[in-house]
Design a protein around this ligand. Structure first.
Ligand SMILES: [Zn+2]
Ligand SMILES: [Zn+2]
Length: 386
């Protein structure tokens, strides 16, 4: 879904995919995006120099996952983007994304629709699955779905539908995916083997990953924000960097703050935890500065007042502490602008997560080496809080 801007209308496009033909992974998403660049309804939104994308936190799209970061960096580089910003809401907050409305409208659009899975005949020949027939049947089912549901209304606008990409680029990305995962997350031994067996792939991955290293803005909360901006290093591969530093830094909007400014929450000094507060009846947990006042504040006071998300602050603490005393809860309530009961809930959730991870690690760590353990740190799913 492409949200409305001052110059472009809101546009709903659905990519219809089927299992077997389309995978649910970052490579498929990247392939779909490339395909949409030629779609009549989507190309206006994808051709700009700036990509701002809101996603969910799961492994196939969450901004902290290495494979996701790789695919965005590849696009950032090949399309010469001056800014690529991928953001995600807190776990459980996806319902606030407008695209969920589109999903609901699609569900309404396909209610009472039944598509047989064997339009061209049985998928089994002599008791064995006939892959060719399965694909043919799935293709037919996709066409029926698209032809029937296309034009379903979402907020008074039609939803455009197109089938998931299986073009050359998508196939290439899927074909190399196992090797990419070894490059990103494999052990030293596996990486060495990859380098010897596929030197061209390895070099290519290395080049993209170097751009990611040079362009990624550090100190942003990794689970929620992934931001790539030109590094302007003379030997960088990115077309914007090779042109050299611009005279005036690019800004988010006319006379607005530069791209390097990301409005992370800043506790409002005038409305601290404990009040007095006009908007809360009692028990004020404090408030954050409204976004439009943040840049002025940062210019005046520096960015050290920006807070990391409570999930991160509390996670750091929970890493080294088994329990959290009442005084510590009170303290976190003040620094994270959360109620004490919210802090309690987070702590409980983090400890549950820790226990779960311990169990999982026992099963998985066997073939991971130390380097991968480090690399893995930013590559984990958002903690789920309900
Ligand atoms: Zn660069
Ligand atoms: Zn208040």
């Amino acid at each position: 879904m492409f949200l409305e801007t001052e110059t472009t209308p809101e546009t709903c496009v659905g990519v219809v995919k089927s299992h077997t033909m389309h995978k649910k992974n970052p490579g498929q998403h990247a392939g779909d995006l490339e395909m949409l660049a030629n779609h009549d309804e989507a190309k206006f939104a994808l051709s700009g120099e700036i990509d701002c994308i809101r996603v969910d936190g799961a492994t196939d799209e969450g901004p902290s996952h290495f494979e996701v970061q790789f695919m965005w960096t590849e696009r950032h580089l090949h399309h010469g983007k001056i800014c690529t910003l991928v953001t995600s809401r807190f776990a459980g907050g996806s319902y606030l994304n407008k695209v969920e409305l589109q999903n609901g409208c699609l569900a309404l659009g396909h209610s009472n629709l039944f598509i047989p899975s064997t339009i061209y005949g049985s998928n089994f020949v002599n008791g064995e699955l006939d892959r060719k027939m399965l694909v043919q049947n799935l293709e037919a089912a996709l066409s029926v779905y698209i032809n029937t549901v296309i034009g379903a209304q979402c907020g008074g606008k039609p939803i455009h539908l197109t089938r998931g990409s299986t073009d050359e680029y998508s196939s290439k990305v899927q074909e190399r995916r196992d090797r990419l995962i070894i490059f990103l997350r494999g052990s030293q031994k596996k990486k060495k083997e990859l380098k010897e067996a596929y030197p061209e792939d390895y070099d290519y991955f290395l080049r993209i990953w170097q751009v990611r290293k040079d362009h990624m803005i550090e100190k942003l909360p990794a689970n929620y924000v992934f931001l790539l901006l030109p590094c302007y290093k003379p030997n960088c591969l990115h077309a914007v960097c090779t042109k050299g530093l611009p005279r005036k830094p690019a800004t988010w909007f006319k006379d607005g703050p530069p791209f390097s400014f990301v409005p992370l929450p800043i506790p409002d000094p005038a409305r601290p935890s404990g009040g007095p507060c006009k908007s809360c009846k009692d028990n004020c947990n404090g408030h954050y500065l409204p976004p439009e006042r943040q840049y002025e504040f940062v210019k005046e006071h520096g960015s050290e007042y920006c807070t990391q998300p409570p999930s991160k602050v509390l996670k750091e603490f929970a890493k080294n502490h088994e329990t959290c005393s009442e005084e510590e809860m009170e303290e976190f309530s003040k620094t994270c602008l959360l109620s004490v009961s919210d802090v309690q809930m987070w702590m409980k959730n983090l400890n549950n997560g820790k226990q779960k991870k311990k169990k999982q690690k026992k099963a998985v760590t066997a073939n991971l080496d130390e380097e991968e353990g480090q690399g893995d740190e930013g590559d984990e799913e958002n903690d789920e809080v309900y």
